[in-house]
Design a protein around this ligand. Structure first.
Ligand code: SER
Length: 320
């Protein structure tokens, strides 16, 4: 995204990705040039912030006019597990807010929109190993359905109106700044909190469950490098596959135990197991991302666990 005179808006700024993308964008483009927006009041931080529900088109348009917004990172989303508890809410939050963003981006002649898709856009009939860019997509969660719908909508606005919309299909994201909440991949974050706080964790998926994952610094770098790439290099405005690492819940627990030898992980699969089983298992085929905009991950499981523990040790109380 160019640093233009018009400002950047980040919706869902207090969420898992937003709380790390906002500071990264502010460092790159200047604090005053990045407006954060969330439905939850801001806890801390500096820089422009707007409290708003972006399913409210008028409220969103007011923010766009007030700050002369020229591009949007639209991160607002109800995740997979939370979406199954309230499918209507997942549809309205995920899709109505995206339509508002796309329509207003056109109306206000914006330079670019970034929207995160997910591996949840795949489904039970998608090949689970080396999942290709163009493949069967038959998600069976409302979250996944909104991700496929959203990708198609984004592509529609690109093809029909020439709007520069960019989407990445993120794997599960591991990070330490926000507590886990609402996702199926949450166990890969919660395990660190359990290990540090109590020396144990009861995992809600089976030990051999494998899901593609990514560490947050890679996810943030991906968003910034992708949105900075020349439009002429991009071959799709559906979601780009994006890969970093894949491991089982047992392998993750083993790596945590290497640092915290007393750690005990037990497994008690719940409803989220079925969701996890419908997603790709091993490395997603992300050759298009590598070729079109130079994607290359930096964090593997070993580096991720080390870095997570280094950060969380400072903030999470517990026995160790
Ligand atoms: N992390 C998301 C979830 O678990 C997947 O994109 O819902």
């Amino acid at each position: 995204m160019s640093s233009a005179k018009r400002k950047i808006l980040v919706t869902g700024s207090s969420g898992q990705i937003g709380s790390e993308l906002v500071p990264a964008l502010r460092e790159r483009y200047g604090t005053q040039n990045v407006v954060a927006c969330d439905i939850k009041p801001l806890q801390e931080g500096s820089g422009p912030f707007e409290l708003a529900d972006v399913t409210d088109r008028e409220a969103l348009e007011g923010i766009i006019r007030k700050h002369r917004i020229g591009s949007i990172y639209h991160l607002v989303s109800i995740l997979s597990a939370a979406g199954e508890m309230n499918p209507n809410l997942a549809w309205s939050v995920n899709i109505e807010s995206l339509r508002n963003v796309l329509d207003l981006a056109l109306q206000h002649k914006m330079e670019q929109v970034f929207w995160p898709s997910s591996i949840a856009a795949f489904g039970p009939h998608t090949p689970r190993i080396h999942t290709h860019q163009l493949t069967v997509m038959d998600p069976n969660t409302m979250y996944g359905i909104t991700k496929v719908t959203g990708e198609l909508l984004c592509n529609y606005y690109f093809v029909k109106y020439g709007l520069d919309v960019r989407c990445l299909r993120y794997p599960g994201i591991i990070s330490w700044k926000t507590p886990p909440g609402g996702g199926t991949t949450d166990y890969a974050v919660a395990i660190f909190h359990g290990a540090l706080r109590e020396g144990r964790y009861e995992c809600f998926v089976a030990a051999d469950t494998v899901i593609p994952m990514m560490y947050m610094p890679d996810a943030i770098r991906a968003a910034i490098e992708f949105t900075s790439a020349p439009r002429s290099r991009l071959h799709t405005h559906l979601g780009y596959n994006l890969a970093a690492m894949s491991f089982s819940a047992r392998e993750l627990a083993k790596e945590v135990k290497r640092h915290l030898p007393g750690f005990v992980c037990t497994y008690k699969p719940d409803a989220r197991q079925k969701i996890a089983d419908s997603w790709p298992k091993s490395i997603i085929d992300d050759r298009c991302s590598r070729k079109d905009w130079g994607w290359k991950p930096r964090f593997n499981l070993c580096r991720t666990v080390e870095d997570m523990l280094n950060h969380l040790r400072v903030v999470v109380p517990g026995p160790r």
